[in-house]
Design a protein around this ligand. Structure first.
Ligand code: FUL
Length: 473
């Protein structure tokens, strides 16, 4: 307790005031749900799976698509075992091939010999997701290298009608994915997309769906395909004048967001478990290891974003054994690492109006109970154990219901003899901030907010001792 008062006094004067700041954007209930879905899978699947391409030309014969052993339940079983919360499938990639028998295209599963033209991947996957309790998401590429109407106003109708089919026949769809890649169609023309109408269509048909594109409206691209969010990561973005694709903000802006952004549009980190997005047999031995996936988790989820991890089904229509082994290993690492919060139920304190108060909020494991870090006062809160413990990881959680507020924080780690053992500074916290460092023996973790936009609400301060090999030095 004494330690907290001491360091708080040191920090007087660094406190930032929220007076005069405009109200910050807040997440919608479905965005909050999306934040909590944390990590989910991407499945790139289609003609490219059979032609070994990454970008099909749109002229591939439909018969090439023939996943003789398609088993979407296997995808879901593995997703569950891997602790993922959902699967987003490429219902239509840039080659225009539809994995469902769309009435608005002649380049679909219906025209293929797979199941004599009666197959429907979206039906199988949406049903399997329901059965396994997973979220179902759909990637539908606006760019279409096959459709004869592409490059004309009529294609906007086609795209809207396709989305209507998706929501009507396969919902609920948790997330809809609009890719930003945009080139010419089969007639050499480029498309002028009616983004406003596309958005209105989704809002009308399925208000609970979150829509991803480079610039939202609900979720933004993180600016790279490596699965890495900015060390500073605001859930806010300025979108005026920007569109998905070449009209998007610079990638470094997408990576860190805008501190005073006008809209709540958090980042999603998409990355493939293999070098390519689609399955290529020659990449069977280039699958990321469980340890590499764990690092990506720390740099995405651990920086307040979500992780969208691509597992490309193979030509049989199943996840490859190497990919599922890595996924299961990844789950084990997360489970082992975050099994025991060493600060669980430890004594927690915070300063309010200069008075030291006790609260269980920071170590009770409940995100709904929070400590308000007053904007006009000294902002310290601490968690104190009776004995020293060896830790190498701290997890901070900010309650985002009233917006994202912390801009700069400081952690002081003390041992039982009140000796300062380590100091860590950082910028944003967000939904979850995972900090790893070489192991130390400490009994107190004290958090001070050095700069905040409005009053930061901290839900939890946790500490772990994770596998030394998984700590980046
Ligand atoms: C990119 C696409 O061009 C890739 O093929 C892949 O789908 C990736 C997730 O997004 O923009």
């Amino acid at each position: 307790m004494i330690k907290i008062i001491f360091s708080a006094v040191v920090c007087v004067g660094l406190a930032a005031s929220s007076f005069g700041q405009k109200a910050t954007p807040v997440p919608t209930p479905q965005q909050l749900k999306w934040h909590n879905s944390e990590y989910y899978l991407f499945a790139h699947f289609g003609p490219n799976t059979f032609t070994d391409k990454e970008w099909g030309h749109g002229d591939e014969p439909e018969d090439i698509f023939n996943p003789a052993e398609l088993d979407c339940r296997q995808w879901c079983r593995i997703a569950k075992q891997a602790g993922a919360t959902g699967i987003i499938i490429t219902a239509k990639h840039h080659d225009g091939f539809c994995l469902w028998p769309s009435k608005y295209s002649k380049h679909t599963v219906r025209e293929s010999k797979w199941k004599n033209g009666r197959g429907d991947v979206l039906k199988e996957l949406s049903q399997a997701c329901k059965e396994f309790g997973l979220n179902f998401g759909v990637y539908i590429s606006p760019w279409d290298r096959n459709h004869p109407d592409y490059g004309t106003e009529k294609y906007n109708d086609v795209f809207v009608n396709m989305m209507k089919e998706l929501f009507t026949n396969y919902g609920p769809i948790t997330e809809l994915w609009w890719d930003g890649a945009n080139g010419e169609g089969p007639n050499g023309k480029k498309q002028l997309y009616d983004w406003k109408r596309f958005k209105e269509t989704v809002r009308k048909l399925s208000p609970t769906t979150v829509v991803f594109s480079d610039v939202g409206p609900d979720v933004r691209w993180v600016g790279n395909e490596k699965g890495i969010a900015g060390i500073t990561n605001w859930n806010l973005l300025n979108i005026d004048g920007f569109t998905p694709g070449i009209g998007a903000p610079p990638t470094d802006t997408l990576n860190s967001g805008n501190k005073y952004g006008t809209h709540w549009i958090p980042a999603e980190c998409d990355v493939s478990i293999r070098p390519g997005w689609f399955y290529h047999a020659e990449e069977d031995n280039k699958v990321k290891s469980a340890e590499e996936l764990f690092q990506l988790y720390v740099k995405s989820v651990g920086r307040g974003a979500t992780l969208l991890l691509n597992i490309p089904p193979d030509r049989r229509g199943k996840f490859h054994a190497n990919d599922s082994a890595a996924l299961v290993g990844f789950r084990k690492l997360r489970q082992q690492s975050f099994k025991t919060n060493l600060l669980q139920n430890a004594a927690t304190y915070y300063l309010h109006s200069g008075i030291l108060k006790k609260t269980p909020a920071l170590s009770d494991g409940k995100s709904a109970t929070t400590v308000t870090m007053e904007a006009t006062e000294i902002h310290s809160a601490g968690v104190e154990l009776k004995e020293n413990k060896k830790i190498n990881c701290i997890v901070l959680k900010e309650d985002l219901r009233n917006g994202q507020q912390c801009a700069v924080f400081k952690l002081l780690l003390f041992d039982k003899d009140d000796k300062l053992i380590k100091e860590i500074t950082g910028t944003t916290i967000g939904r979850k901030r995972i900090l790893t460092f070489p192991a130390v023996n400490i009994n107190t973790v004290e958090l001070t907010i050095l700069e905040q936009k409005g009053t930061t609400k901290i839900a939890e301060i946790e500490a772990y001792y994770i596998n030394e090999q998984d700590v980046e030095q």
